[in-house]
Design a binder for this molecule. Structure first.
Ligand SMILES: Cc1cc2nc3c(=O)[nH]c(=O)nc-3n(C[C@H](O)[C@H](O)[C@H](O)COP(=O)(O)OP(=O)(O)OC[C@H]3O[C@@H](n4cnc5c(N)ncnc54)[C@H](O)[C@@H]3O)c2cc1C
Ligand SMILES: NC(=O)c1ccc[n+]([C@@H]2O[C@H](COP(=O)([O-])OP(=O)(O)OC[C@H]3O[C@@H](n4cnc5c(N)ncnc54)[C@H](OP(=O)(O)O)[C@@H]3O)[C@@H](O)[C@H]2O)c1
Length: 247
């Protein structure tokens, strides 16, 4: 099917580590809700290769931003990581996705739980007004293998400095890191370490949980939350857990 691809230009490609990069793009205006994604593409060997990327920028920011990791054998991500300012890439005209606040019920605490680049949609959501209007507080959880992969700490600090009631809990799983929890999110849900680190409760009565990133984490964390009495959220049967898998 023919598609009306938009053309974007790279303004900046920031490298956090050898594998982690953030692309900032100038592109025609796109209408989306924080938490959504859009396909971005490059032509590779005469074929357009497109992949979904979550917006990191909030909708009111006209510069598009995407946070990616190099999957060495992947067809697109190594090429995106090598883009330089001025380079062109394609952006699909139709953002989509259901990991958005307009899909979930009100609660006291909004839990935004991510692994790796799965933090991207939450950075967009947290820079809109909706979470602060609808929830008493929010907890951003970010799990990475190594401490240097805790990207966007300054952005998160700026949100906190602006007076938003945001707790930030990090996991570093493959080295010891002061100030971060060790191990994995589902275990910390079960043994209470996650709530202790956040300083707030995690319950069906008071929480909405959005999960994004590694599909195994989504599955294992959902199982741990179900043990605590939370249920998957569906439009027709409201619950407490909403997920978006990156692969
Ligand atoms: C709704 C949605 C939103 C997404 N948003 C983002 C985003 O904001 N940032 C981002 O980096 N990726 C995101 N992805 C994944 C992205 O679309 C690509 O799959 C990824 O960039 C790798 O592309 P590739 O062509 O190099 O390899 P692919 O052939 O697409 O992937 C090969 C393998 O790499 C692994 N992989 C893919 N994505 C990731 C990842 N993000 N982290 C760790 N391992 C991964 C998986 O094992 C996958 O099977 C999203 C995917 C979906 C479905
Ligand atoms: N040099 C490079 O090019 C380079 C470097 C790094 C990554 N990469 C690419 O990126 C991919 C990895 O991305 P990533 O670091 O975001 O990986 P990831 O495997 O999703 O790990 C991120 C975090 O999620 C945790 N996790 C994994 N499975 C989980 C589960 N079932 N439940 C709860 N937590 C879980 C990990 O813990 P554990 O540590 O316990 O698994 C880690 O803390 C690799 O496959 C590779 O393709 C490339």
């Amino acid at each position: 099917m023919a598609e009306n691809w938009l053309e974007g230009r790279v303004l900046e490609n920031r490298h956090w580590t050898e594998a982690l990069f953030s692309l900032r793009l100038q592109a025609p205006a796109l209408s989306f809700e924080a938490g959504q994604f859009v396909r971005i593409a490059l032509d590779v060997g005469g074929e357009r290769v497109a992949r979904a990327f979550s917006f990191v920028n909030p909708p009111h920011d006209p510069v598009l931003e995407f946070y990616g990791v190099v999957v060495p054998e992947g067809p697109l991500s190594p090429r995106l990581a090598r883009l330089a300012p001025g380079d062109a890439l394609y952006v699909a005209p139709n953002p989509a996705g259901f990991l958005v606040l307009s899909e979930i019920p009100d609660a006291e605490t909004l839990w935004l739980v991510s692994t790796g680049t799965g933090i991207a949609p939450f950075l967009s959501i947290l820079r809109t007004e909706a979470p602060w209007r609808r929830f008493r507080n929010a907890v951003l959880v970010h799990a990475v293998r190594y401490a240097q992969e805790l990207a966007y700490r300054e952005t998160i600090e700026r949100i906190r400095e602006a007076g938003k009631n945001l707790k930030y809990v990090t996991f570093v799983s493959r080295e010891a890191h002061a100030g971060s929890l060790a191990g994995r999110i589902p275990d910390a849900v079960r043994d209470g370490r996650l709530e202790a680190a956040a300083g707030t409760g995690l319950s069906a009565q008071g929480s909405q949980v959005m999960l994004c990133g590694n599909p195994q984490m989504l599955r294992d964390a959902t199982a741990a939350l179900v043990e605590r009495g939370l249920r998957k959220h569906r439009r027709r049967s409201p619950g407490h857990i909403s997920v978006e898998s990156f692969w």
